[in-house]
Design a protein. Structure first.
Length: 306
């Protein structure tokens, strides 16, 4: 009897079961025997692990990180931050400022909207590392619209100036070694990361200050192979956690719920023993991909040497 699977090895979705069902109906109409199989369930967690089997990760200090509710740094004014990262341009080219879309040789589109001290609307600055040019007033407006943490990010190439921090609510990150292997890494044990964030009240840096936010699906378990690259990713994730970059408060892509804790552009593997959802192993490109995502948030190997 031919079996028609109602799953797709590269991911599940409603299209594939529907096609299998339609095919089954047609085969039945033709008098052929049909057997539809159920899609296997993803293996989200490892087998039970005793406390004595849980070990610290070699080469990584500690087993837990906590974040508290931090007020944003206010030691420097927004004007000081903008001036810190730019060089003034005396004769700007006749091209658009990609923030306000006005020509650089004319005044900023934010003239009359902002009235900062010492920054005239016609002043143009060049960012030090990447060399992209903007009106100083436009950079100030962009900074005031962000996290105001003392860092700037170029809107053209995403280069980060200073130390970028996020708006992750308070919580706890635990990490340890368990004696099981991930698919594709049969010679390695597994690093398990456990994130736990409780519900709370949004702060001034969040979308709706003073309003309650939800935290669904916590504690969340994530997995890395215990090899050299996996331990490097863990160290960088710890830095990202300390900088409040792993999670943020927003709208869930899965449920559409607003004012809830969501992932913040650094992908994690939450499926332990399979990859039916796309959030598991084997995935030979994952470690390189997450290193690139961390770099885009300003968290690099150079961070570990500081």
């Amino acid at each position: 009897v031919p079996a028609l699977p109602v799953k797709n090895l590269n991911g599940t979705g409603p299209v594939h079961p529907a096609l299998a069902g339609m095919t089954g109906i047609l085969m039945c109409a033709a008098g052929l025997p049909v057997c539809l199989t159920r899609a296997p369930k993803p293996i989200l967690h490892p087998p039970p692990v005793s406390k004595s089997d849980i070990k610290p990760v070699p080469g990584v200090n500690g087993i837990c990180r906590k974040t508290k509710k931090k007020q944003l740094k206010k030691s420097k004014t927004p004007e000081d931050v903008v001036r810190r990262y730019i060089q003034k341009v005396k004769n700007p080219p006749d091209e658009d400022c990609t923030i306000c879309m006005e020509r650089l040789v004319t005044s900023s589109g934010y003239e009359g909207v902002l009235s900062p001290r010492g920054i005239k609307p016609e002043l143009v600055g060049k960012l030090g590392k990447c060399g992209h040019m903007y009106h100083l007033l436009c950079l100030l407006a962009m900074y005031n619209n962000g996290n105001k943490d003392g860092s700037l990010q170029c809107p053209t190439c995403k280069a980060i100036y200073g130390e970028k921090t996020g708006t992750q609510p308070p919580g706890k990150m635990e990490f340890h070694l368990i004696p099981h292997s991930l698919p594709g890494y049969t010679d390695s044990k597994t690093i398990r990361i456990v994130y736990d964030i409780p519900t709370g009240i949004q702060g001034p840096e969040h979308p709706n200050p003073g309003k309650k936010f939800t935290a669904r699906g916590f504690p969340r378990h994530c997995y890395l192979p215990d090899n050299e690259k996996g331990r490097k990713v863990l160290k960088l994730l710890i830095v990202a956690w300390d900088r409040r970059l792993i999670f943020t408060i927003g709208t869930s892509n899965t449920t559409g719920e607003s004012d809830t804790v969501v992932w913040n552009e650094i992908h994690h593997k939450t499926e332990f023993g399979s990859n039916l959802t796309g959030h598991g192993y084997p995935d030979p490109n994952y470690l390189d991909n997450v290193l690139a995502e961390l770099l885009a948030q300003g968290v690099s190997e150079a961070t570990l040497k500081d």
